[in-house]
Design a binder for this molecule. Structure first.
Ligand code: HEM
Length: 213
């Protein structure tokens, strides 16, 4: 277990206003992105279903966040995905990517509207070309929490995302969500992959903009 400082209340006094300049490896995720080559493998009664999808993800800087002495810089995101052959939303997701410069901790919190949340974590250097984050069901620190129905019918045992920053400025992810599907003997690997290309630069974080309320 990591030790915590004696003083858990005092916040750091060197908090920067400019989030984009302090995002470490997450700087390369900031902005609005589109991906047209997504592939999803999801569980269906008669076996895995493979669908192709298009994706838009908006990752915008938030103001620095302090938990007492712990300091994060981060991005708030919204992902919307459409299957290539359908107009209704195929997948929707919101959350935060967070970076703790003092320790190299990278976190992704995610919420999806099936009634599921997760907090995944990993470590990286500020100039990393690759991020790997995981969450495990049952973990009280970096865990997964689901509705009663999902727990019983499609239990999510683990989540892993691997992000690769490509030399051309795009980035790719491979995401594995391991499901225990009721009535099926083998675990199901619900896999999603895509490559995202920037379509707009990020905005400034709120403290740098004129006050709105
Ligand atoms: C690109 C990302 C993702 C896409 C496109 C996607 C898409 C889908 C689709 C199409 C289904 C089948 C829905 C149905 O049959 O009604 C499904 C099922 C499921 N997904 Fe995902 N998913 C993604 C990511 C995730 C993540 C990150 C998690 C959890 C951490 C997750 C958890 C589940 C679960 C628990 C189910 C089973 C429930 C069900 O089939 O109704 N998915 N997903």
């Amino acid at each position: 277990m990591t030790s915590i400082p004696d003083d858990i209340f005092t916040e750091p006094d060197d908090v920067a206003d400019d989030t984009l300049a302090n995002l470490g490896p997450l700087r390369r995720l900031a902005g609005t992105w589109e991906g047209r080559k997504g592939v999803d493998l999801n569980p269906k009664a008669d076996g895995p279903e493979r669908r192709t999808f298009i994706e838009r993800i908006d990752l915008q800087p938030i103001d620095a966040q302090a938990n007492g002495p712990q300091l994060f810089y981060g991005l708030r995101y919204h992902t919307r995905i459409l299957a290539t052959d359908e107009d209704t939303t195929f997948h929707d997701q919101v959350g935060y990517w967070l970076w703790e410069p003092a320790t190299g901790l990278v976190q992704q919190s995610l919420a999806i509207p099936r009634g599921q949340v997760a907090l995944a974590a990993g470590h990286a250097t500020a100039d990393a070309d690759r991020l790997v984050l995981t969450a495990t069901r049952g973990g009280t620190e970096y865990g997964i929490c689901s509705t009663t129905f999902l727990e019983q019918a499609f239990r999510t045992d683990s989540y892993r995302i691997e992000v690769t920053f490509n030399p051309d400025g795009s980035w790719s992810y491979v995401q594995d969500t391991m499901l225990a599907v009721h009535g099926q003997a083998e675990p199901f690997r619900h896999r999603d992959v895509n490559t995202l290309v920037k379509v707009a630069e990020p905005r400034l974080n709120p403290v740098q903009l004129p006050r709105e309320f």
